[in-house]
Design a protein around this ligand. Structure first.
Ligand code: SF4
Length: 355
């Protein structure tokens, strides 16, 4: 079957049951999104078909705009990971010694309402151009310590095969042997994008690994399972990244089922991310202590093979840390609220909101 990634971008395009479930305040908020240029509404017909009509349905919550996105959030950041601090070219971020982030994709196969890179995808962007690629290739040539390129964006798999292949080739030509990590949600939101032709391209550019964003067991439909298993069986390792989301997967039972099913398909659970502090996402946030409780329970339920690392990106560019019972080194109260002090790289303490 061919991919159908033409997004539904208006309520009228939704399947009848979902369309009928839309409340007046949601319709009004949809208009606000358009008039104020906020994170757009977009979902593939396939992913919309997985959602139930209930406002609390875990699939619906992930793509359908929620008026709570407008709520004031004292902790919200425009660039929660502080990527601007490490930007070496318009589409290149170099924060960690041995790897870089290439912002290749300008759009996604559906927009996640909790997206931390909404500042990037809300502005119309195309796939990376030759002009944007050229400083990246020069940078790679001058930095032999870089061994891995994360190809992200936006979702790189929204590009046509030929453009992707050209990007892979240029990166590989500029640095033979560099590991390519393709970050995508397309196998989940548009599984028919994973065609035999695409898999052949991925095979040509090994070493290449996929990091696939999967949040809920209901996302692992037979179609998504077939797409992911086809990658694994073709020699493309697939790592799973999950975002801990209130009302979607914030319990050990849901996460346990998700990671067990991933193992059955041959996928490796890699990261369970604490939600970044992006604006408009506070209603998805699971407080850190609750997240630690969930992770402890998850650990007791599932083998080490199925257990991802629980991790957070320290707000404002502190980098990624793993979260564990000893991670809170102190508490600070200030007018904004209570903060935990988390130990970052080099022992520096970073404030992190307690709620
Ligand atoms: S697929 Fe990734 S980049 Fe795109 S909207 Fe979702 S979280 Fe953001």
């Amino acid at each position: 079957m061919q991919s159908n990634n033409t997004l539904i971008t208006a309520i009228e395009g939704l399947p009848p049951l979902l369309r009928a479930s839309v409340k007046a305040e949601e319709t009004a908020y949809m208009e606000t999104i358009q008039s104020q240029g906020l994170l757009p509404f977009g979902v593939t017909p396939y992913f919309a078909s997985l959602a139930g009509p209930d406002q609390d349905d875990p699939i619906r919550r992930q793509f359908f705009p929620d008026p709570r996105e407008k709520q004031d959030d004292p902790f919200a950041l425009t660039d929660p990971l502080g990527e601007a601090l490490y930007r070496k070219a318009p589409r290149l971020v170099h924060q960690y010694r041995d790897r870089v982030l290439v912002l290749a994709g300008g759009s996604c196969a559906g927009y996640c309402r909790y997206c931390f890179r909404r500042h990037w995808i809300t502005r119309p962007q195309g796939f990376i151009s030759e002009t944007d690629l050229s400083p990246i290739l020069a940078y790679l040539k001058g930095h032999s310590e870089i061994r891995e390129a994360l190809i992200s964006g936006g979702d790189p798999l929204t590009a046509l095969d030929g453009r992707l292949a050209r990007l892979f080739k240029k990166l590989r030509d500029s640095r033979p042997g560099i590991l390519l990590r393709l970050c995508t949600r397309a196998p989940i939101t548009d599984p028919h994008r994973i065609t035999p032709d695409l898999i052949r391209i991925l095979q040509v550019y090994r070493p290449l690994r996929m990091a696939v964003h999967i949040n809920h067991p209901r996302e692992l439909t037979p179609a998504a399972g077939d797409a992911l298993a086809a990658c694994v069986h073709s020699g493309i390792p697939v790592h799973v990244q999950t975002v801990l989301l209130k009302g979607v997967n914030n319990d050990a039972e849901t996460l346990g089922s998700l990671f067990r099913e991933c193992l059955d398909l041959g996928l490796s659970p890699y990261y369970l991310f604490q939600l970044d502090l992006a604006s408009g996402t506070a209603h998805f946030r699971v407080p850190l202590k609750q997240g630690l409780d969930i992770y402890r329970e998850l650990k007791a339920r599932i083998s080490g093979l199925g257990l991802p690392m629980y991790a957070a990106d320290l707000p404002g560019g502190g980098g990624k840390i793993t979260l564990h019972d000893g991670v809170i080194a102190g508490i600070r109260d200030d007018p904004k609220g209570r903060f935990y002090l988390l130990q970052g790289p080099g022992g520096r303490l970073w404030p992190y909101p307690a709620d």
